[in-house]
Ligand binder design. Structure first.
Ligand SMILES: [Mg+2]
Length: 369
């Protein structure tokens, strides 16, 4: 089998309603814009797709396909995913590809392979589980009271754990974390994500506060450029650290965080920022060797599959970005996410595609309303 076509299809990505942020000074939602689907096809009709949903992705992906991806892929065997994953790093050496673009070909090729064998990707990867708890991953709300109300609604809707993205002010965030613990009690697992808002002194201050409140993990308090800074943080605080979400270099970079002693809870694994499914699986296996967690990052469908395929993630990350909480469609009333069952990966049914992409849209479970 040979790859014969590599195409992009534009997709309208609506603006989030309401718009949200990850902390003060750091936007979360983007305005409406054009995302894109990468579509790879073969001489025997097998096809796979991957969605690049960020507004503005269409222009970037169209350029990359024309100049870089298509010339590289035409004539290649689509089942040689390892070889092509290796080739992407060679292309990255010149292009310095955006991290989400780096894994797109890999995701499309996993989709193609799973469709060709008529099974979901998580099973082709070697299924580990068929359901997993979701945590409510909040965006940044205005007041402590609003956060507590969002927590109440989330627990009411079935979520069993909560992760805060707060303001990025170490003192104020520490007070919020304490108030949330007092509000929900000791039995609800709580996590905190700093979205890289701090320097080392403030990261230590907040880390000590989180340790006092028994937080399960402390995620990305600083930009992930200095592993030394993370190693110093790990020595200074007892709250477990979850690191290496946005740093470049997939498992190779995660390995350095681990060997520096910085990943005291574990590392992030996700298909968007770790080089597609192949990179995320490498990262998960690396962490497993050290008996660490590889917590799956992101709530899109490729990561939904990843959650079912690796042993060492605890949760699926489900975004709660509105003060009037809406439970994500993949999460049931018990707070569980179930394995997708359609072939391949599936494009999210929430976006509008042209008729040429309808065959790739996620199939809803027959038992769900
Ligand atoms: Mg994060």
């Amino acid at each position: 089998m040979k790859i014969t076509h590599v195409e992009t299809h534009r997709v309208k990505v609506p603006a989030a309603d309401p718009p949200f942020r990850w902390r003060n000074g750091l936007g979360g939602s983007a305005p409406a814009g054009d995302g894109a689907v990468l579509r790879i096809g073969t001489d025997d009709g097998a096809e796979g797709v991957a969605l690049y949903s960020r507004p503005g992705a269409a222009v970037m992906l169209e350029d990359l396909v024309e100049r870089v991806f298509r010339p590289e892929l035409i004539g290649q065997d689509p089942f040689q995913r390892e070889w092509l994953w290796h080739r992407i790093w060679e292309l990255d050496r010149i292009e310095e590809l955006p991290l989400p673009a780096l894994g797109l070909i890999d995701i499309a090729l996993w989709d193609l392979a799973a469709r060709a064998s008529n099974q979901p990707v998580w099973q082709l990867l070697g299924g580990f589980r068929t359901e997993i708890p979701a945590y409510a991953s909040t965006s940044t709300f205005s007041t402590v009271e609003e956060f507590l109300d969002v927590a109440d609604q989330s627990l009411e809707l079935g979520y069993t754990a909560i992760k805060l993205h707060a303001w990025g002010d170490a003192r104020r965030d520490a007070e919020l974390c304490e108030a949330l613990r007092a509000h929900v009690g000791d039995q609800v697992p709580l996590m905190y994500d700093g979205s890289a808002g701090f320097d080392l002194p403030d990261a230590i201050y907040l880390g000590n506060a989180l340790a006092d409140q028994g937080y399960l993990w402390y995620e990305e308090p600083m930009r992930e450029f200095s592993i030394t800074a993370y190693a110093r943080l790990a020595r200074a605080v007892s709250v477990p650290l979850l690191v290496a979400e946005t740093s470049d270099g997939a498992h190779m970079n995660s390995a350095d965080f681990i060997s520096a002693g910085a990943a005291t809870f574990g590392v992030r694994a996700g298909t968007t920022l770790r080089g597609g499914i192949t990179g995320a699986m490498r990262t998960a296996h690396l962490a497993d060797a050290y008996r660490l967690r590889a917590e799956v990052h992101g709530s899109d469908i490729p990561n939904h599959h990843l959650c079912m395929a690796i042993p060492n993630t605890t949760y699926y990350e489900s975004l709660v970005t509105s003060a009037s909480v809406v439970r994500e469609r993949h999460v049931d009333a018990a707070g569980l996410v179930h394995a997708p069952y359609g072939p391949g990966i599936g494009l999210p049914a929430t976006l509008e595609y042209g008729p040429e992409l309808q065959a790739f849209v996620e199939v809803s479970r027959p038992d769900s309303a």
